[in-house]
Design a protein around this ligand. Structure first.
Ligand code: ZN
Length: 305
């Protein structure tokens, strides 16, 4: 069996894993995310060590915080865009690794990577079309369409969609660009700004959770009427251990659609339509591994092997 390396490049830490899937992780190393030269050199050292083992790497997958240029054929493909993360804007991640390793290197965002991992091993398994929503420091949405990530002129950013407000709620929201977009209402920092306590400490009976569920129900409405997913996976730090929110999010979606769509997924079994992810916290590094596996497969197909 081929062996792969995955690198999840996060805002505060990076996780490198070696293996071929969740049941076959052979090594895992974590390092803090510092400035680009130091961080990337440390990652390259780990990958080089793994690549010089008995079984060389078949491919490397990178799943990074965004924004990233993922346009096929773009001259800046694999480069980080404008980011508040100090010194990381315009870092050319793809070139850094392709110049150092003679194996295929794949790259995508952390959110799209996690969606790919969920499709391969988790709650999106067997589906051709689904959405993966992560609610944490921000709200990220990875879209899988026809078995592949949906990327247009740039990767979609549905966490910043403007949505209908819950009746009576006129709090201005916490997104510095849009105020009350989905992220400005439902992210961890938004909850903290509104309540004065971090989301993890907010008691389940707080009425603010209903407003968070409303925002995520609105996002679900938008997903259903735009990309028509077979399922919506919702996870991330804000939603973990918050099982009580799922029935409310489903209720908000059903009320918002108001009977418009005559499709079984939405009208009959919302319990199977909006679900938690299957891979929990491992979706990030496994996402990088999924990118490596897909990249290897594409490389083999293009060389006719
Ligand atoms: Zn926004």
């Amino acid at each position: 069996m081929a062996i792969y390396a995955g690198v999840e490049l996060g805002g505060t830490k990076c996780i490198c894993i070696l293996g071929s899937g969740p049941e076959d992780i052979r090594a895992r190393e974590q390092l803090p995310t510092r400035d680009p030269p130091a961080t990337l050199a440390q990652i390259a050292e780990i990958l080089a060590r793994w690549n010089s083992g008995a079984e060389p790497l078949a491919a490397i997958g990178i799943a990074s915080f965004g924004p990233l240029d993922l346009r096929a054929g773009s001259r800046s493909f694999g480069r980080i865009g404008m980011t508040p993360k100090q010194n990381w804007a315009h870092t050319d991640l793809a070139s850094y690794f392709t110049q150092r390793f003679a194996v295929p290197v794949g790259i995508t965002t952390d959110v799209i990577g996690a969606a790919l991992a969920e499709g391969r091993w988790g709650a999106g398994h067997g589906l051709s079309d689904f959405a993966y929503v992560t609610v944490g420091t921000g709200v990220g949405v990875g879209l899988i369409h026809d078995g592949r990530p949906l990327i247009g002129a740039h990767h979609p950013e549905l966490g910043h969609a403007r949505i209908a407000r819950a009746p009576g709620d006129d709090w201005p929201g916490h997104c510095s660009f849009h105020g009350p977009c989905v992220e400005g209402l439902a992210s961890g920092p938004a909850i903290e700004a509104r309540c004065g306590v971090v989301a993890v400490d907010l008691p389940p009976e707080s009425p603010v959770w209903s407003l968070v569920a409303h925002a995520l129900g609105q996002l679900s409405h938008l997903l259903v009427v735009s990309v028509a997913p077979q399922r919506i996976l919702m996870g991330g730090g804000v939603l973990s251990h918050r099982a009580h929110l799922f029935p409310e999010i489903r209720r908000c979606l059903r009320a918002s659609l108001n009977g418009y769509l005559d499709i079984a997924e939405v009208n009959e079994s919302l319990e199977d339509f909006i679900v938690p992810p299957g891979l929990a916290a491992d979706a990030g590094p496994l996402g990088a591994l999924a990118v490596a596996i897909d990249t290897h497969k594409q490389a083999m197909e293009s060389t006719g092997k």
